[in-house]
Each structure stands twice: as structure tokens, then as C-alpha cells.
Design a binder for this molecule. Structure first.
Ligand code: B12
Length: 255
């Protein structure tokens, strides 16, 4: 799964990747890594032929590959910490979440930086796979940001699973920054994440998407009213029990 499979494609100097990561990580609570698009194309989720539509979303099989721009070679993955003490970052206000808006703004600023400083195009990706995006957890693992944990989420050393992701396509064949082999926090863990699920979505030993969906649907139909910024707004607080229960995370107060 590493660059070893296609060494001839990774021509750029690793210092270029390092410089890009440094710039991306200069934004507060942002982690960043680089994955190869060729390898991501063959990652478990991209090969899984899943219907990623939620609610009334479209059905499709692996169409995402065709929609990726021809010149894209690498994926810059951005992870924004969503620490326990900032729950509102993940509240859905009908248009999006505050955390996602931060990530979109970081991607926009990075796009400008790529053009001005590196003379390179960079393409912020849509969130949804069916709109030309990527499976973000797979991309993050391949970019070295963490591993897939027992809760079926990306678990990072810094924030545990409490991150939200976005990505950008780059046209350079850059040296990937992952995957990593020194981080395996779930191995010895008794998996409180699995016990915390209100729908027992892990009862079979694997994550059951259908059970998780039941909870998401219930959350969607039970919004709360938030008037902390002066305008009363209906907010959906999607369940996060499987990430909040995870003990991993080295960032302030365990993220
Ligand atoms: C559709 C979707 C959902 C659906 C279906 C989820 C599902 N897993 O099927 C619903 C609405 C139920 C949902 C729920 C949640 N989601 Co969601 N969801 C997505 C979305 C849009 C696509 C995910 C998808 O369909 N994956 C395909 C299915 C088949 O794969 P999978 O179940 O994820 O399992 C794959 C991986 O585990 C991978 N894998 C396993 N081992 C390995 C090893 C390696 C080396 C690699 C490369 C890959 C890999 O292979 C598996 C498939 O074979 C992504 C955003 C995106 N563009 O990627 C966000 C995303 C995955 N969700 C996210 C979150 C946070 C949640 C929730 C906590 C709800 C919330 N508050 O936001 C729950 C948690 C569910 C869980 N424990 O997995 C985050 C995850 C962040 C993280 N730390 O991982 C993402 C990335 C969005 C974001 N804003 O950043 N989600």
C-alpha cells in the first residue's frame, strides 16, 4: 500500500511534501498528510461498490474514479480536531457545520498558497463521494494521519477519532506521507467505543451501517434550538458516542 509498489511515480523531492504539510498544519488544530491517488483508487472503500447515498442519495458503483480530474496525482488530506470541549463544531445547522466551514476555508487558502508560492494548481474536493470526492478515511490512512479503529473511524494520535476531514487534489506526484506502522492503539483496548453505541451497531463484531443510520435518522428528527449567537437556530447533533468514548488523543485534554 506504500510508494514501494510504484517507485517510479514518486519523483518529487520529499522536502516538497514536508513543506506542504508544514504549511497546512500552520492552521490551528489542523493535521495534514499526502496520499497517492493511484493507491487510493484501490483502497478498501473505493473497491467496495457501496451505495454511499444517505436518505434519498443516488445509488452508484465506483463512479467516483471517472469523475476525478485527469491530471490529479496526489491527495492532500486535511483533518480538523473536533475536541470534546467544542461540541458545536459538529452541529448541523441545515446548511453545514461550523467545523466543515473551517475546513473549507483552510482548503481555499491553501489553494491560493499553492498558486502563488508553488505555481501549482490545487483542487479542493467536494465532501460527497458521489459528487467527485473521495472516501476520506481511506485517504487519511494512506496519508499517514492514523489508522481505522474498532469504531470504524480514523483514529489519530493527536485527537483520537475526534477529527473531521476534507481533501484536495494536487497535480504533482508527491511522496506519500503514509501509511504509518507505529500506531496501533486499538490492539490492547477493550473498545469502550463499541459499548457506547446506543444502537449496538458493533454487536456482531463489525460496524453495522444500518443500525448507525437508525440513530442518525432519529437525531435528524430531534433537533435542538441554539440561541448562543443571538439568532435562534435549529441544530442537529448527530451521535458521536463512538468517538467521544475513545480514550486515544494526546492533544490538549485528550482532544
Ligand atoms: C456515508 C457516510 C456516513 C453514513 C454511513 C457510514 C458508513 N461507514 O457506512 C452514516 C450517515 C451512517 C455516517 C455515520 C457517521 N459518520 Co460518516 N460519513 C459518510 C461519508 C460521506 C462516506 C463514508 C462511506 O460511505 N464509506 C464507505 C463504507 C463502505 O466504508 P466504511 O464503513 O467507512 O468502512 C471502510 C473503512 O473502514 C475502510 N478501511 C478499513 N480498514 C482499512 C485499512 C486501510 C489501510 C484503509 C486504507 C482503509 C480501511 O474500508 C472499509 C470498507 O471496506 C464520509 C465522508 C467521506 N467523503 O468519506 C463520512 C465520515 C466517514 N463520517 C464521519 C463521521 C464523524 C460520522 C459519525 C461519527 C457521525 C457524525 N457525528 O458525523 C458516524 C460514525 C459512523 C462510524 N462509526 O463509522 C467522518 C469520520 C471522521 C473519522 N474520524 O473517521 C467522515 C470522514 C466525515 C467527516 N466529516 O469528516 N456516515
Amino acid at each position: 500500500m506504500t510508494g514501494v509498489q510504484h517507485p517510479e511515480k514518486y519523483s518529487a523531492d520529499p522536502r516538497v511534501s514536508a513543506g506542504i504539510i508544514k504549511k497546512a498544519q500552520s492552521f490551528p488544530e489542523v493535521l495534514a498528510g499526502i496520499a497517492s491517488l493511484d493507491i487510493l483508487r484501490e483502497s478498501p472503500s473505493h473497491l467496495a461498490n457501496v451505495d454511499v447515498g444517505w436518505k434519498d442519495g443516488p445509488q452508484y458503483e465506483n463512479v467516483a474514479h471517472e469523475e476525478w480530474p485527469k491530471h490529479a496525482r496526489s491527495v492532500l488530506v486535511l483533518a480538523l480536531g473536533h475536541p470534546r470541549q467544542k461540541p458545536k463544531l459538529d452541529w448541523w445547522d441545515g446548511k453545514g457545520t461550523a467545523g466543515n466551514r473551517v475546513l473549507m476555508s483552510v482548503a481555499k487558502q491553501l489553494k491560493q498558497w499553492f498558486g502563488e508560492k508553488l505555481g501549482q494548481p490545487a483542487h479542493p474536493l467536494p465532501y460527497h463521494v458521489e459528487k467527485g470526492g473521495v472516501f476520506l478515511k481511506d485517504a487519511a490512512v494512506l496519508a499517514g494521519l492514523g489508522i481505522i479503529g474498532k469504531n470504524n473511524l480514523l483514529v489519530t494520535p493527536e485527537f483520537g477519532p475526534r477529527v473531521r476531514l476534507r481533501a484536495m487534489f494536487l497535480e504533482w506526484s508527491l511522496v506519500p506521507t503514509g501509511p504509518i506502522d507505529w500506531f496501533d492503539p486499538c490492539e490492547e483496548c477493550s473498545a469502550p467505543c463499541r459499548q457506547a453505541c446506543p444502537q449496538k451497531a458493533y454487536a456482531s463484531g463489525f460496524y453495522a451501517r444500518g443500525s448507525c443510520m437508525v440513530q442518525m435518522e432519529s437525531d435528524r428528527t430531534n433537533p435542538v434550538w441554539d440561541d448562543s449567537d443571538g439568532s435562534k437556530q435549529s441544530m442537529v447533533r448527530y451521535c458521536r458516542q463512538c468517538e467521544l468514548a475513545c480514550p486515544v488523543g494526546a492533544w490538549p485534554q485528550g482532544g
